[in-house]
Write a protein that binds this ligand. Structure first.
Ligand code: XMP
Length: 512
């Protein structure tokens, strides 16, 4: 296993992704990790990430000195290289030739990091983002690659197995970067590269059994990927000691509730409580138009209903949650100031502390696509494993204005035609999220010889990697007009279709 010490770079997670893709298990910790903790982890190599600070600044972050004293291979990336250079007796200076974006390095010496990828004499494309640069190497190091702005773009001390690169091998804009990271982990650090989802599954099952013993576990199922995979995994580990609670707020997409029940109760034989609470949710949402009030109402009711059901079950010792690795990585945010709440998110993770159950979180170490891979390993149908994200408050935040059952029914029809067309066109997997929004406006239309005065809807489809930023999906006009025709012809009450072409930022993905 490899330990990644994070100095706060935007792309640190990509280092972990690249390593895991080559079958090497790794974790990301803040650079402030203690010596005991680092030794306790037992890494075979350590990677120091990039970061926003300047090594030349007063009190800028440093790697724990133990990193260089354990006899382990170390790779410093960008800020990590500079910190390593400074800590081992080299020099770093602000550069008047700043490099941001694409750059080229000349490989001037052989290096174990480059083996099989970058021969001596080659000129290679890399991705740079730096203002400072190393100007004098610590003793024992030599330059192995240079760029115009960074004469020491890569350096190595092959005796101690210390390596530094000024560029970012973890981003795709450094075309062979992943191979360099692989070389570091496999050739230099001697990792085996045999971390697989099948192995993870077996280990996770053993861990769940050890943690839970003969205790009882409840799990809130939402039909989404994370809770589905967590539930099936836990069920494999402890069978009927697990009960899932599916709180149906009546704001799911067409046929979704039936599918959840059919999949988990009938196919996987998981004990499942399906609570239809749609009257309660829609009743309390009546008259509510403010998006935040909607979100909070749904969040509160969700907890109330979930608690009711778990009391009916006689309580449990553990609560299972589908928490993922990006949620648990300790942040190195330097500013730490309170950020503005754009939307108060609701999901099963938000259960109150007075429920006082111990947590079972078997996906804590996984990234989203690893959860999907685990889901496939567990035999969960592709329709669930590969599905687009769906917000906890469901269709309520896709119906601006007051939510009613009639509106939800109308939106479900529009949404399912849209998604059906997307699937038929083979576009589902290329899109991060696609859905319809029911607009609170009526417009005039003409159908046959008659005038219509019906509602308008908007279609949305975006690409994204994490939901934090998003681009509009560029459908061709033929596709959009086909979908629009079907919607207006097949859904009584809708006579106009628009396509939302706002990216995020400045828009958000959902409308509320
Ligand atoms: P926004 O609209 O903030 O959405 O750009 C970003 C991503 O988050 C999803 N989303 C939610 N997910 N509970 C969730 O579990 C929520 O309350 C929630 N609100 C938005 C949204 O669908 C998109 O994928």
């Amino acid at each position: 296993r490899i330990l990644i010490l994070d100095f706060g770079s935007q792309v640190t997670q990509l280092i972990a992704r690249r390593l895991r893709e080559t079958g090497v298990y790794c974790e990301i910790w803040p650079y402030t990790a203690t010596e005991d903790r680092i030794r306790g982890f037992g890494p075979k190599g350590i990677i120091l990430s990039g970061g926003p600070a300047s090594v030349t600044g007063a009190e800028s972050p440093r790697a724990p000195q133990v990193v260089f004293e354990m006899g382990l291979p170390v790779l410093g990336i960008c800020y990590g290289q500079q910190a390593m250079a400074a800590q081992l007796g080299g020099e770093v200076e602000p550069s008047d030739h700043r490099e941001f974006g694409r750059a080229f390095v000349d490989v001037i010496a052989d290096c174990s990091l480059f083996e099989g990828v970058w021969p001596k004499g080659a000129r290679e494309q890399v991705w740079m983002s730096h203002g400072d640069r190393v100007t004098r190497l610590p003793s024992g190091f030599r330059v192995v690659a240079a760029s115009e702005g960074a004469p020491m773009a890569a350096c190595a001390d092959e005796t101690r197995h210390f390596y530094g690169v000024q560029f970012h091998p973890e981003v795709v804009h450094t075309p062979h970067g992943a191979q360099l990271l692989k070389n570091f982990a496999l050739r230099v650090a001697g990792c085996r590269g045999d971390w697989t989802m099948a192995g993870f599954k077996a280990e996770a099952i053993a861990r769940i059994r050890a943690q839970v013993g003969t205790g009882r576990v409840i799990c809130g199922l939402s039909g989404g990927v994370d809770s589905s995979v967590a539930a099936v995994l836990i069920h494999e580990a402890i069978g009927d000691q697990l009960t899932c609670i599916y709180v149906d707020h009546g704001l799911m997409r067409a046929n979704e509730s039936e599918q959840v029940v059919a999949t988990f109760r009938d196919r996987f034989n998981i004990r499942l409580v399906h609570r239809d609470a749609s009257d309660l949710f829609l009743g309390q949402l009546s008259g509510v138009t403010d998006p935040e009030v909607k979100r909070k109402t749904i969040g509160r009711l969700f907890i109330e209903v979930f608690e009711e059901e778990q009391v009916k079950l006689g309580g449990a010792d553990f609560l299972a949650q589908g928490t993922l690795y990006p949620d648990v990585i300790e942040s190195v945010s330097a500013t730490g100031g309170p950020s503005v709440t754009i939307k108060s998110h609701h999901n099963v993770g938000g259960l109150p502390s007075h429920m006082r159950m111990k947590l079972v979180e078997p996906l804590r170490e996984l990234f989203k696509d690893e959860v999907r891979a685990l889901g496939r390993e567990l035999g969960i149908p592709e329709a669930i494993v590969g599905r687009h994200p769906f917000p906890g408050p469901g269709l309520a935040i896709r119906i601006p204005g007051e939510v009613t059952r009639e509106k939800a029914d109308l939106l479900r029809k529009v949404d399912s035609i849209y998604l059906e067309e997307i699937r038929n066109a083979g576009l589902y997997d290329a899109i991060w999220q696609a859905f319809a929004v029911l607009l609170p406006v009526r417009t005039v239309g003409v159908m046959g010889d008659g005038r219509t005065y019906d509602q308008a809807c908007a279609l949305r489809a975006v690409t994204s990697t994490d939901g934090m930023t998003a681009d509009v999906y560029p459908f061709d006009m033929g596709f959009l007009t086909r979908v629009a025709n079907r919607i207006v012809n097949e859904v009584r009450g809708i006579n106009r279709v628009t396509y939302d072409i706002t990216s995020k930022p400045p828009g958000t993905i959902e409308w509320e």
